[in-house]
Design a protein. Structure first.
Length: 347
């Protein structure tokens, strides 16, 4: 299987290189409004935000930051095919302005904006992300009526454009069957709370030309992007990340046999995107091996307690729980090629 991958170093508010109804899945994590590390980026797009923050006008700044993101969600709606999905990783923010500590509900504001565009909002996932500072005693510490709950989760919003996707042709149905999940994966991954993925706090390569105040990126784990791609797309689909960052979504798409497009306005992140792409072949092999080993472990434990399984995978010969898993197969990436200019090509 041959796939192509286009990193575009431009702002994503107008994605002119992407045609209407051409994307099967969006996987992204935007800059989080009201998180201080993103203040400069939002203020650069809308200078009044800096004035609002300085004046302690938190909710005004919150709304103005989301108005910077709103055109991106409109572009996503334009380019996603009918029946396609958008998976948006977003965290709420807590912040003290003018001596007032408050929650800024980013997930709710994005749901409101995307519903207004015409997306169908599906049940979301709570990702329990325990990478925050270890101090859980915000506010008055041990004393009641003055302490604050510590946020240790983020949201993965699941949106669909239009009705259910149809797989009408024999070729489409074959790709869907080959892209199946193991029964035990499906039960874990389609749970509304994820506890098994650790957050990513990555330090960028020293070669990346970044401002001093961007020592770390907002990258999510490779496993998160790969899981969402496996859940909401099939082999050969096209995946878009409008906030590509360090290239995690693109690398995951490469590893899983999907095409991809990614936008990143910061040219200083281009080396990190290329570095992530170079890991895709190894990551794809590692991911496939990991899923196979986990399945074989599950089968051994399941058969020890409940007896033989009724079905067998035709490619690997091992037992599976359901008939829908019979044609599941991993197509490991073998090679990645890139000319002087994008795109990357993966075979």
């Amino acid at each position: 299987m041959k796939t192509t991958h286009h990193p575009i170093i431009e702002d994503c508010s107008t994605m002119t290189q992407v045609a209407d109804d051409s994307i099967d899945l969006v996987v992204t994590s935007p800059p989080y409004p009201m998180i201080q590390m993103w203040d400069d980026g939002f203020t650069g797009a809308a200078p009044q935000i800096g004035t609002m923050l300085a004046a302690g006008r938190g909710m005004d700044a919150f709304e103005a930051m989301h108005q910077v993101l709103d055109p991106v969600w409109a572009e996503c709606f334009r380019v996603i095919k009918p029946g396609g999905f958008a998976c948006i990783n977003i965290g709420d923010a807590t912040r003290t302005l003018a001596d007032n500590f408050a929650l800024y509900p980013n997930h709710a504001r994005i749901i409101s904006a995307t519903q207004a565009l015409g997306f169908t909002v599906l049940p979301c996932i709570l990702w329990r992300k325990q990478t925050n500072a270890p101090n859980k005693y915000m506010g008055s510490g041990m004393l009641p009526a003055g302490a604050y709950v510590t946020l240790e989760h983020e949201y993965i919003l699941i949106l669909r454009k239009g009705g259910k996707r149809q797989f009408s042709s024999p070729a489409d149905r074959k790709l869907r069957q080959e892209s199946a999940l193991f029964w035990e994966e499906r039960n874990t991954w389609f749970s509304d709370i994820w506890l098994d993925l650790k957050g990513s706090r990555q330090r960028l390569q020293s070669g990346s030309k970044l401002k001093a105040d961007r020592k770390r990126s907002g990258a999510f784990p490779f496993e998160l992007a790969a899981r969402l791609i496996a859940m909401y797309s099939v082999k050969g689909d096209s995946v878009l990340d409008p906030f590509l960052g360090t290239g995690t979504t693109m690398a995951a798409a490469m590893a899983l046999g999907r095409h991809s497009v990614g936008y990143e306005k910061d040219p200083g992140l281009a080396p990190a995107i290329s570095a992530a792409a170079e890991t895709a072949v190894a990551e794809g092999k590692r991911l496939a091996h990991q899923r196979l080993v986990r399945h074989l472990t599950f089968v051994q434990e399941r058969m020890a307690t409940k007896g033989p399984l009724k079905h067998r995978n035709t490619h690997y010969g091992f037992p599976v729980v359901t008939a829908q898993e019979k044609n599941l197969v991993f197509n490991d990436p073998v090679d990645i090629q890139r000319s002087d200019q994008p795109p990357f090509t993966v075979t």
